[in-house]
Design a protein around this ligand. Sequence first.
Ligand SMILES: NC(=O)c1ccc[n+]([C@@H]2O[C@H](COP(=O)([O-])OP(=O)(O)OC[C@H]3O[C@@H](n4cnc5c(N)ncnc54)[C@H](O)[C@@H]3O)[C@@H](O)[C@H]2O)c1
Length: 265
Amino acid sequence: MNLEGKKILVTGGGGVGVGGGVCQALSNFGATIVLNEIDQEKAEAAAEKYPRAIPVAADISNPEQVSDMFDYISSEIGLLDGLVNNAGVGLNTVAHKASEEEFDRLYDIDIKGVWQMSKAFVNQLLVAGHIGHIVNISSVNAHSTMSRYAIYASAKSAVEGLTRGMAVELGPHNIRVNAIGPGLVHAEQNYELIKSWSDDPHKWEEDFVKDQQVLLHPIEPVDCGNAVAFLLSDLSRAITGQVLYVDKGTTSLLFNRFCTEQKLD
Ligand SMILES: NC(=O)c1ccc[n+]([C@@H]2O[C@H](COP(=O)([O-])OP(=O)(O)OC[C@H]3O[C@@H](n4cnc5c(N)ncnc54)[C@H](O)[C@@H]3O)[C@@H](O)[C@H]2O)c1
């Protein structure tokens, strides 16, 4: 795969999980990353990690900031070839106890932000007659979920619906829209979250990998990035409207391995 000469905007590119893996992989394949973060300081610090990366700050849930960011990109950076809608937040609360503020915040970032970014990106392409592609970051939670994740799961399901719908609408312009759905990605920050349901997050992750995945090693952030790079490259020119689960097999398991394979080697 070769992404040399391609300028790709990655939202939430300063994240240490999937966002970091996406930036790493796109850099490895030669792309120039236009690295978005919610504030300038975080964008600049993250951009220093990659060759050719250009920091741009905006809150993707704020329409004015999105519009200003695209004006800046248009005048200072030039036409983009790809957009990765990575920025997202979680919510660890059962739906019947979540507040309206929690619901709105998650939806504003995880789905409305994805739509706003995609809209601005596509309109820039159409005005210039340029071709570019979108990859959205969904989650295995759009496929099946767990307690306290109903609201997050519903937003990620909406991301997958938007992916399919925009792929249909933009196909005639040769603009492809796909998504990846990461499983549990190995990242230091997850341990804090896992602490909310396990006293020993490291052991919990080990057990998860053994019981809930088909491939028995943790998913690294760059595994997600490599899938994104493929979907932005010409090698995937016949693929649009799809969700590629980067989950080491989690969504293929009907019952966990412990349940059904105790007596197997
Ligand atoms: N980590 C996982 O296991 C996992 C699994 C499945 C899907 N995902 C998805 O991957 C994406 C990245 O998540 P992550 O876990 O790597 O998280 P992360 O917290 O490392 O990265 C998210 C980044 O987005 C930025 N961000 C948040 N709100 C923003 C906003 N309004 N505008 C601009 N930037 C904003 C944050 O500053 C942060 O750097 C999310 O969409 C998440 O739902 C993650």
